[in-house]
Design a protein around this ligand. Sequence first.
Ligand SMILES: *Cc1c(COP(=O)(O)O)cnc(C)c1O
Length: 383
Amino acid sequence: MSPTHGFNTRAIHAGQDPDPATGDVVVPLHLATTFKQDGVGGLRGGYEYARSANPTRTALQEALAALEQGRTALAFASGLAAEDTLLRTVCEPGSHVVLGGDAYGGTFRLISKVASRWGVEHTPADLNDPDALRAAIRPSTRVIWCETPTNPLLNIADIALTAEVAHDAGALLVVDNTFASPYLQQPLTLGADVVVHSTTKYLGGHSDVVGGALVVGDDAELAEQLAFSQNAMGAVSGPLADWLVLRGIKTLGVRMDRHQDNAARVVEFLLGHPAVASVRYPGLPDHPGHEIAAKQMSGFGGMLSFRLAAGEDAALRVCERAQVFTLAESLGGVESLIEHPARMTHASAAGSPLEVPADLVRLSVGIEDAEDLIADLDQALAL
Ligand SMILES: *Cc1c(COP(=O)(O)O)cnc(C)c1O
């Protein structure tokens, strides 16, 4: 598969050639933990032991690298397992990480509660303010950790600009691309060094698999170090998870098109509803990151949030009354989800700089019929 093939062609074929022995058009689910050697050290296709490499995982990794236009992709047991492996590879005691002020709560917890015990320091910074970002950098800064769009406020950071600041400081730019997916945004092409994914979300796309990935750009040495860590630390994804993510990836493009068409319809409805005080969606011209989003993304995605004029109780009521939107955490699946970040996904952020407004509701807009989604929100918002 060549990089000149279009995104959907790569999604369906990269790393997924028909099986040479059987002609299977779908990559088989390889459950074997060990592989017969043709004489001592005579490995077939490099396979030895399934933590080190497994053919189903290889296929997924090649597909992910092709979609992100990276050199190497590595699949992990979860998004956080990928992040942990990355941090432990590029940081050492005394290293410093600058992370966006509203990074994913689990990322913040990993850095502030776990990595900190091994001497890794961190500073939250507003990535939209280059002066504040530069001021947060120290000589020991190894990583700038950027998420765009963010959760649940859909803030946007300028990836190219942040990459420049990171590289001036001799640091790596890591971009968590979970919300956009590679269909809408390819951070490596904008200067990022590593892309992180929770494949649990849009890449898997069907709310039936937990997984994570790292994708590395041109830096061959970094790719090699991370591949070493993947095997040495062992937080690899299992073959069934790999198979499910690979299956999900085949329809990523068509799903994302529908997610964002539906999101745009829902946004339009919410903007016209008297119970709604404001809507956060990067596709809106008055969103503070709209211009940057329009520049670095090929669409605005399926995530949005909105605030209720009548406050927290009204927000809770909408979440509880919704029927087509399922009240649940997570995002990026075919089914629409609704949640109350202050009490659910972001409850642990209460009292911290990451605290979110109590009257905020977050939607992961699925691929159902837009009319049904709008009718559902209409009844849930009725007084
Ligand atoms: C879910 C999520 C993660 C963590 O991934 P897991 O697969 O749950 O470990 C990281 N970043 C973002 C933006 C996420 O939404």
